[in-house]
Write a new protein. Structure first.
Length: 148
């Protein structure tokens, strides 16, 4: 029987329960789970945001999750490049990508190399974007109080 090698990519910056849930669910669907940690440079290039936690520290945090078998740092934006470097059979993604043009394109591209895209429920009540906004607002309040 062929091993199911799973790959779940993310920034994993300001790590939260949604990250943990997607990694846990991914591990339930594969024999080996590799977490792709998007580098600081790629976060800035693809999302226009700077990470709070440096790449190496985010990778170290994810590496110490019991059900993550290995970590791959993504330094290029193309997920097929990650596949070439890692060799996974299943790519795990939050279902906020399902039935979107980006999701369909991802599925088309991975189908050409035999990789199955598997979607898991997106944790809408907790997201890195929401946490970033809250941290930024708290910092703004702190600066305003300090200058008053």
């Amino acid at each position: 029987m062929t091993q199911r090698i799973g790959y779940a990519a993310g920034a994993f910056d300001v790590f939260h329960i949604g990250h943990l849930q997607i990694l846990r669910r991914a591990r339930e669907h594969c024999d080996i789970l590799i977490a792709g940690v998007v580098s600081d440079e790629m976060l800035l290039r693809t999302k226009g945001i700077s990470s709070f936690i440096p790449t190496d520290e985010r990778a170290e945090i994810v590496r110490h999750i019991d059900f993550v078998d290995d970590v791959h740092i993504e330094r290029v934006p193309d997920k097929l490049d990650a596949w070439r470097e890692v060799g996974f059979t299943h790519f795990f993604k939050g279902d906020d990508w399902r039935d979107t043009e980006r999701g369909r394109e991802l599925e088309r591209r991975f189908a050409t190399v035999g990789v199955e895209v598997v979607y898991f429920p997106y944790t809408a009540h907790t997201s890195s974007t929401q946490l970033r906004r809250a941290l930024s607002a708290a910092a703004d309040r702190g600066r305003a109080a300090a200058s008053a």
